[in-house]
Design a binder for this molecule. Structure first.
Ligand SMILES: Nc1ncnc2c1ncn2[C@@H]1O[C@H](COP(=O)(O)OP(=O)(O)OP(=O)(O)O)[C@@H](O)[C@H]1O
Length: 267
């Protein structure tokens, strides 16, 4: 692929992806519980970063802090820097609604609204000020297509989203996030509640999405991380022990702790 940087001059795209989010010395506390300890980590552009590690090591907290979902938790406090587009996302003055449009989030359990399939996508668009039936229809259709769901639901858009299977509901939630044209998508164990066939569809979907969106995915499934992630960060007791290209992390991890976790010796 080529990038048109200046008129008439075409440069090859840089080999190493740029960094879209740079987390610097992040600390997150829940009252006295120091859940994320001095974590510095990049999220690379148009790539998938997997966050792995045993239960309770801070992966979800880290992810939620990026789009300020932790603001909603009483007693949660964070320090450090999360740089995105030249601004620190932890700055209290930030418009978090605008932030969550650019940095979307998908949760472990599919959480469609108890509304029609169509309204699940159209409602947040209307809320974001997008008007006009044709415009809304186009975005709904495009988002469902991007989430590889359009063929399965195009004849039943007025039916309740709750009539969909778990895997379809999760793809609908991804479509809902995509409709707002996010630059980054944070996914917290997006396939752990799904059967293997639905999980495989989501994995394929994530791989196709990275052409346009940067993704960070929490997963407990090592095979999944190895299959889809370009980079992987291994969290342990709130710290990042190791971060590397996934191919290196899974074949030649630097630390024994990483190797033991990847090989299922604990966690
Ligand atoms: N809403 C909350 N209120 C208080 N403490 C919390 C909250 N969420 C997480 N914690 C604590 O923060 C620490 C990190 O939890 P977190 O959920 O981020 O870990 P995790 O690695 O995502 O775990 P899992 O893989 O089980 O989802 C744990 O000690 C947990 O008990």
């Amino acid at each position: 692929m080529l990038t048109q940087l200046k008129e008439n001059i075409v440069y090859p795209e840089p080999k190493k992806q740029n960094i879209i989010i740079e987390v610097n010395e992040l600390n997150v506390y829940y009252k006295n519980n120091h859940a994320v300890k001095n974590v510095s980590l990049p999220i690379r552009e148009r790539s998938i970063t997997a966050l792995i590690g045993p239960s309770g090591c801070g992966k979800s907290t880290f992810l939620r802090t990026i789009n300020r979902m932790n603001d909603l938790i009483p007693g949660a406090k964070c320090q450090g820097e999360i740089m995105y587009d030249g601004i620190n996302l932890l700055d209290k003055k930030i418009d978090v609604v605008a932030l969550r449009k650019e940095i979307g989030m998908v949760f472990q359990k599919p959480n469609p609204f108890p509304k029609s399939i169509y309204e699940n996508i159209a409602m947040p668009l209307k809320f974001a000020g997008i008007r006009g039936k044709k415009r809304l229809n186009d975005i709904v259709e495009e988002s469902l297509y991007q989430a590889a769901l359009l063929d399965e639901v195009k004849d039943r858009l007025s039916q309740s989203a709750l009539s969909l299977s778990g895997g379809q509901q999760q793809r609908l939630c991804i479509a809902r996030a995509l409709a707002l044209k996010p630059k980054v998508l944070l996914l917290d164990e997006p396939t752990s509640a799904l059967d293997p066939v639905s999980s495989a569809k989501i994995e394929d979907l994530l791989l196709s999405l990275k052409k346009q969106v940067s993704l960070a995915v929490v997963t407990h499934n090592m095979q999944q991380a190895a299959r889809i992630a370009d980079q992987t960060a291994f969290f342990y007791e709130g710290e990042v022990v190791e971060y590397n290209d996934t191919s290196i992390m899974f074949t030649k991890p630097v630390y024994k702790k990483t190797e033991d976790y990847i090989n299922g010796r604990f966690g």
